[in-house]
Design a protein around this ligand. Structure first.
Ligand code: PLP
Length: 383
């Protein structure tokens, strides 16, 4: 079966789960835009599908391909990254359980845990996951999960995945790694000891800012069965068209990531020399505190660069509205470069919490445009 195709990253991204369609030989997996599937006899199905909330062939193709790129046995895709996280947390946790979160994470993850799962009975502690003693100290008998993101959104901190896996497993807990910033091309958390990988496929995997989606990848069959049950019961799975767009993006992930990394390295180097910039946060810089760990667990350092303005909040806000190539918008990971002010945009929901971000911070999603245009645009905006 070609869907079992092995080989390198791009071969698997382009072929795994994507056999030519049997009736016509169509090379691209069709968008099976159907709610239901006809069968001949009660109690049977033609290819294992009965209703698209429970399963759809376009979604399956994406799930198999993504699982292959993360080296996972099981893959599930969802209507959004948040739907993936919500499905995982409801499948894995029960009221009374406790989870450990980073003090530096996507604001929506914190909001989900704090505002939605808190009232449902899930307790949480936010700790800096770079401080392994603090993580050990936060473990309680009820701790069932450590959720990490590395590199983090928006401070680009790096967490040591094998060390966190050790702590989680000693405590009988599960380590979940949000691999959205790194992508499966640059980092494979399951091979480093994590139990579950989360993606907002909205970002680099989709890659073209035209679809919202999420994914869970794992090797634990028992947890996979619970996720499947929750996805089908909650209706959180990805739609046929969204699955198809995401699958289309996945095929070019490797080439896009190389260019994102090339451009981000040059942008980070330029900003590091700029007198109006007080600090550049990019794990590829040798003075980044997580550089050494990142170099061990990532293939390259990614396309996200954050920096702080020496002139403070007002300067940061001004720069965000002065770029012309970098578009002022939330989200990241698309081919086009984006700029944003996390404190007032993506991370507004963490204001006043331990996850609050500095107000002089700017986050860049460095796209794959010609790098000289990106450098010129930032230089103009900073001048
Ligand atoms: N995880 C990270 C690291 C993110 O940056 C985001 C969104 O920005 C999410 C999860 C949530 O994903 P989505 O917006 O697809 O629901």
């Amino acid at each position: 079966m070609r869907s079992d195709v092995g080989g390198g990253f791009s071969t698997r991204a382009i072929h795994a789960g994507q056999d030519p369609e049997r009736t016509t030989g169509a090379v691209i997996v069709p968008i099976y835009q159907t709610s239901t599937f006809a069968t001949d006899e009660v109690g049977t199905s033609k290819a294992g599908y009965d209703y698209s909330r429970a399963g759809n062939p376009t979604r399956t193709a994406l799930e198999v391909a993504l699982a292959s790129t993360e080296g996972a046995q099981f893959g599930f895709t969802f209507a959004s990254g948040m739907a993936a996280e919500d499905t995982l947390l409801r499948a894995a946790l029960r009221p009374g359980d406790h989870i450990i979160l980073p003090t530096d994470a996507y604001g929506g993850t914190y909001r989900l845990v704090n505002a939605i799962l808190g009232p449902w009975g899930i307790e949480h502690t936010a700790v800096p996951l770079t401080d392994l003693d603090a993580v050990r100290a936060a473990v309680r008998p009820q701790t069932k999960m450590i959720m990490a993101e590395t590199p983090t959104n928006p401070l680009l901190n790096i967490f040591d995945i094998p060390a966190l896996a050790d702590i989680a497993h000693t405590a009988g807990a599960t380590l979940v790694v949000d691999n959205t910033f790194a992508t499966p091309y640059l980092q494979n958390p399951l091979s480093l000891g994590a139990d579950v990988v989360v993606h907002s496929t909205t970002k680099y995997v989709g890659g073209h800012s035209d679809v919202i989606g999420g994914a869970l990848l794992l090797n634990d069959g028992e947890l996979a069965a619970k996720i499947q049950l929750h996805s089908k019961s909650m209706g959180s799975g990805s739609s046929p068209f969204d699955s198809w767009l995401t699958l289309r993006g996945l095929k070019t992930l490797a080439v896009r990531m190389e260019r994102h990394c090339d451009n981000a390295e040059k942008v980070a180097a330029m900003l590091s020399e700029h007198p109006r910039v007080s600090q550049v946060l990019y794990p590829g810089l040798t003075d980044h505190p997580g550089h050494h760990v990142a170099a061990q667990q990532m293939r390259r350092f990614g396309g996200m660069v954050s920096f702080r303005m020496a002139g403070g909040r007002e300067d940061a806000i001004k720069v965000c509205s002065r770029t012309r190539v970098f578009l002022l918008a939330e989200s990241l990971g698309g081919v086009e470069s984006l700029i944003e002010h996390p404190g007032l945009m993506t991370h507004m929901s963490v204001a006043g919490s331990k996850l609050e971000v500095p107000d002089d911070l700017i986050r860049l999603s460095v796209g794959i445009e010609d790098v000289d245009d990106l450098l010129g645009d930032l230089t103009d905006a900073l001048s």
